[in-house]
Design a protein around this ligand. Structure first.
Ligand code: DGJ
Length: 722
């Protein structure tokens, strides 16, 4: 095939039914020219590159401006550049990198090395394609190979082109107690950017983004999804260029002067994860879940079953007494809990949220004999023991602050801003790291503690280190290093990432932690929506979900135990309420949901997840299909009053077409006789339904009409399984 003058050098990666093709024209920065369903191995990549290279129109520069992995202003990129910096007071901003070598080139990884000898920079671009899951990982490293310092303002982990048929995008916004709100919009010419400057992934700007075809839903259509593995400030730029091309760039957001490279020093971007699907959002979900399960999470053996938690926060808040907590542990054990987590309030003089952060010593007034009597009591009931820390923070009213007022992130001479009465410790100082490591290490070493809930309850603003330099980036790196050191010293201790609920959730923090606290809202209705949305990136076993009090503390809503139990049991189940005041009916229902969770958790935590939502969003259903497709669970949550006077058939997913399944309602007592005057088709209270996977997926099932804020759970089993 004639490739004409476009003649490009090309590389390809293949795995899990996916192909990625890169092309470099002349010796310039390579571009990702294709990411999608597998191409034949014999494909002529140079011809592909030629076929995709757009013509140059009138009144344009005389050469094509390729959308490379790092678009350069110095090559007149028509859009947002992938690199910005300066080594000579404004004179060396215009890089023109040349490809000098390809350090790795296998079917699963490629590493390009480029250099700009005028500015004095070396750029390494790494890309891998996971052969099991098809998830691609991009990162870049910039090294100062010249003599003068180089200030990095921005370096993208990659610029990924978005194909023309993906005309819409989906992103996430939110707030405390209302995380993971989806917003879908059409691409338009110009830039849609998200910048997070809150020092954590934040409730407001979860670092995830999806480009989709107009018809894309959970099961159909094309999608290309992005997630930045980074727990701090970031920038995402989704742009449609004047010539119609679209792309997405992600990278850490750096403040002016934050990364200053001396000769020989390097800056490395966080990792950008990208997955592609031709089966709608569920295809993205399956890839990301499999990737997180196999490549990111490191879970100690004892925690693999995801034991049922009991967390005392909403039962006692700061009002700790060994007696009360022991009584709660007994009730929790009786209901089915397997891990007791002692939340905020056990240290210093922490009677409310105004003091003691930093003083990681057991409060002798509340625990005169230390934590041991409580831990022994908890363990005697067969539960493991976990404890809350908020290591990164300090209250002005603390012994630590009185001793080391200079240990905080703070710009000298600037007004300080408190959040929940607290300041942020400067983790980039080695003495701060040492103090925190020693304190946590001592508590873990002298008490039989299996679990840490690692909290972080304020955003980080004006993050100046002791020299007055911006330190957001270094702060996040220091956090990883503290977590890594603790994980190494206590490899069996599990850590949960909590940040006033879902303020710090990403794939990098999940390399050090095993569970996320999705939201401070234990309101089952809100939770159900959030769990479904977050499930695009997170499998159910990673998402902590607790049965809260009957009147929700963050919304005032009253919800039935059956509803609360089902919502919690669909993810990583726990309870967080005063169980000593629970009536018998509620206790027995809670026990029922714990038993349900324990019976199904193994399969749920390996399952393929599908989300089915009505266009009016009044029903959100989640289906979990076992890997061998012999079993499934279907949770049908009625969010609000049904939008239609009856239900239409809900089409299932992920089943074996030729397999026959028997479907039954597991909580048929929850089917309202008032809402369903006549169960005309299947009376689920007495009967099950036997149909082929093909019919269940293509025709579907008309389910009962539900009252709002209720959940029905159905189980399907392959006939040969019964
Ligand atoms: C915020 C967390 O999200 C809550 O679950 C609880 O741990 C409190 N902090 C304790 O202060």
């Amino acid at each position: 095939m004639e490739t004409g003058e476009a003649g490009a050098r090309c590389w390809r990666l293949d795995g899990a039914g996916q192909t990625m093709v890169f092309a470099a024209y002349e010796d310039r920065v390579p571009a990702l020219i294709y990411m999608g369903e597998a191409l034949p191995l014999y494909e002529n990549l140079e011809a592909l590159a030629a076929s995709l290279r757009p013509p140059v129109g009138q009144v344009m520069l005389d050469e094509p401006l390729d959308l490379t992995l790092t678009p350069e202003a110095g090559r007149a990129t028509p859009g947002h550049p992938g690199i910005r910096g300066d080594s000579h007071q404004g004179q060396n901003w215009h890089t023109q990198f040349r490809l000098t070598s390809v350090l790795t080139s296998t079917s699963q990884a490629v590493e390009f090395e480029l250099s700009d000898s005028t500015v004095g920079l070396t750029l390494n671009i790494h890309v891998t394609l996971d052969p099991e899951t098809g998830v691609a990982a991009f990162r870049q490293k910039l090294t100062n190979s010249g003599g003068r310092p180089y200030a990095v303002d921005w370096l993208n982990a990659a610029c990924v082109p978005v194909p023309q048929h993906l005309v819409q995008h989906l992103s996430f916004e939110g707030r405390w107690c209302n995380e993971f709100r989806e917003q879908r919009a059409d691409w338009q010419k110009g830039i849609y950017a998200r910048e997070c400057r809150l020092g954590r992934t934040s409730h407001e700007h979860f670092p995830g983004f999806v480009a989709l075809s107009a018809n894309a839903n959970d099961l159909e259509g094309q999608a290309l999804a992005f997630h930045l593995g980074w727990s701090g400030n970031y920038r995402m730029v989704a742009q449609e260029l004047p010539d119609g091309r679209r792309s997405v760039q992600y990278g850490a957001l750096l403040e002016m002067g934050e990364v200053m490279l001396s000769s020989g020093e390097s800056y490395e971007t966080p990792v950008l994860y990208v997955a592609q699907s031709s089966q709608g959002l569920s295809g993205i979900r399956q890839r990301f879940h499999a990737f997180l399960r196999s490549q990111i999470l490191q879970v100690p053996e004892w925690y693999k079953s995801r034991p049922v938690h009991y967390n005392c926060w909403e039962a006692v808040y700061f009002d700790h007494s060994v007696e009360k907590l022991s009584a709660l542990a007994e009730k929790a054990a009786d209901a089915g809990a397997e891990l007791f987590v002692l939340d905020d309030g056990w240290f210093g003089k922490r009677d409310d949220d105004t003091s003691s952060l930093g003083d990681w010593f057991v409060d002798e007034n509340k625990y005169p004999q230390g934590l041991t009597p409580l831990i022994n009591h908890v363990k005697s009931r067969g539960l493991r023991f976990g404890i809350w820390f908020e290591p990164e923070m300090i209250n002005e009213d603390s012994e630590l602050y009185r001793a080391h007022p200079d240990w905080i992130l703070h710009a000298e001479g600037r007004d300080r801003m408190l959040g929940r009465n607290q300041l942020v410790l400067d983790l980039t100082r080695s003495e701060v790291q040492e103090y925190l490591f020693e304190r946590i290490h001592e508590i873990l070493s002298n008490n039989a503690i299996d679990y840490i809930k690692w909290d972080m309850n304020r955003s980080i603003v004006l993050p100046a280190d002791q020299f007055g330099r911006p330190a957001s980036n270094a702060y996040v790196q220091a956090l990883y290093s503290l977590l890594g050191r603790l994980r190494k010293a206590h490899p069996n201790v599990v850590i949960e990432s909590c940040s006033s609920g879902g303020g710090r959730i990403d794939y990098e923090i999940l390399k050090y932690t095993q569970r996320v606290w999705l939201s401070d809202s234990n309101d089952a209705r809100e939770r159900w929506r959030m769990q479904a949305a977050a499930s695009l990136f997170l499998p159910p076993e990673v998402i902590g979900s607790h049965v809260g009090p009957d009147e929700c503390h963050t919304s005032g809503r009253r919800l039935s135990m059956n509803y609360r139990g089902a919502v919690a049991a669909s993810c990583h189940m726990g309870y967080e309420a005063d169980l000593t005041v629970l009536g018998e009916k509620d206790l027995s229902e809670l026990k029922g949901w714990s038993a349900f969770y324990k019976k199904h958790r193994k399969f749920m935590h390996e399952a393929h997840i599908y989300v089915h939502t009505t266009s009016t969003q009044d029903v959100i259903a989640m289906q979990m299909v076992s890997r061998d497709r012999d079993q499934f669970l279907l949770f049908v949550g009625q969010q609000s009053v049904p939008a239609s006077s009856s239900t239409s058939a809900l089409r299932l997913a992920g089943l074996a077409e030729e397999q026959t399944y028997t479907v039954s309602a597991l909580n048929a007592e929850g089917i309202s006789a008032t809402a369903n005057r006549v169960l005309a088709g299947v009376d689920w209270r007495e009967h099950s339904l036997t149909l082929s996977g093909a019919s269940l997926m293509r025709a579907g099932v008309a389910l009962p009409i539900q009252f709002p804020e209720t959940m029905l759970v159905f189980e399907g089993r392959a006939e040969r399984d019964r």
